[in-house]
Design a protein around this ligand. Structure first.
Ligand code: NI
Length: 133
């Protein structure tokens, strides 16, 4: 089967980005500026290091953020895996055919240069984020 998704990042729910970030910085990761994402009500910081998976730290702002529940049930933990798709609409319909449910329609994400992102959930796979290439 042709490869229609490529890895983009692992999202990790954390309580305080400034408390979690130093672990990655000590490994040689470089941190982006932390930005507020009003769609998910989270602060977001990306961490990059050559040859290592890109990490996204998300910390909730207020109690409405979906990240809050992850923190309550699992503590600081991986929250989603994000894949890049050439065509986000095609990728969504393919994932739907694999029993994923679209939780949030594609919206521009300020933390990734305004690219369209959306979230899908499968009870067998978990939470997946898509970002348009
Ligand atoms: Ni993400």
């Amino acid at each position: 089967m042709e490869n229609y998704l490529s890895f983009h990042h692992i999202g990790i729910a954390c309580r305080d980005i400034e408390a979690t970030k130093p672990f990655y910085i000590a490994q040689g990761y470089v941190a982006s500026e932390t930005v507020f994402d009003p769609v998910q009500s989270v602060n977001i910081c990306f961490l990059d290091k050559a040859g290592m998976p890109r990490i996204e730290l998300l910390s909730p702002i207020g109690v409405d953020s979906p990240v809050v529940r992850t923190l309550e049930t699992s503590g600081v933990a991986p929250y989603h895996i994000c894949y890049e798709a050439d065509d986000i609409t095609v990728a969504i319909s393919r994932l739907k055919s694999q029993h994923f449910v679209l939780l949030k329609k594609p919206v521009p994400a300020c933390a990734i240069g305004g690219k369209a992102v959306c979230f899908l959930y499968s009870k067998n796979v978990g939470l997946v984020e898509l970002v348009e290439k």
